[in-house]
Design a protein around this ligand. Sequence first.
Ligand code: GRF
Length: 201
Amino acid sequence: MRRIGVLISGRGSNMLALADAVATERIPNAGIAVVISNVTTAAGLERARERGIETVALDHRGKTREEHDRAMAAELRAREVDLVCLAGYMRLLSSWFTREFEHRILNIHPSLLPAFPGLNAQQQAIDYGVKFTGCTVHLVDEELDHGPIIKQAVVPVLPDDTEETLSARILIEEHRIYAEAVALMLGGKFKIEGRRIVQRQ
Ligand code: GRF
């Protein structure tokens, strides 16, 4: 049984999508060991508890970034987590944390990276006038929204799209490819060649 730790800051829909994928064995032989939020009031914490998933609220305020990350790492290690999934976790990680869990942290971002990193990626896509955007699951390294790409999905930008309508269509794809990416990483049938993640049969 492989153990997943999920970090959230908000509503947690990607976290729930991973929980569903684990329950239906689209992510086989795995469980979510813990959901950690840096925002104590995050709606996703309650939604995780409703599913019987253990939660930890760790307020980042009043600590340095690394102090906070070391506290998270202690919770993850205590549960022998194999993979850390960022799911709407809205804080930068310290380089200490990214090194500590090197090649074992995944993030979902709502654009086709390297386009539109950072906040409000869907609005950035609308403002830029691209006809297609999408979402990306990637390994996390020390740079924001930067590590090797595991999966992407393309979503058209429609003429009447608002940030809300576009975000909603991207979110459906996020939920799908995040589960696929986690299954791939836990299955181990890949190798990392520089920035490229190459799937093996
Ligand atoms: C998602 O759009 C994700 O790509 C971004 O933040 C949002 C989180 O949504 N990083 P949720 O909390 O998973 O519902």
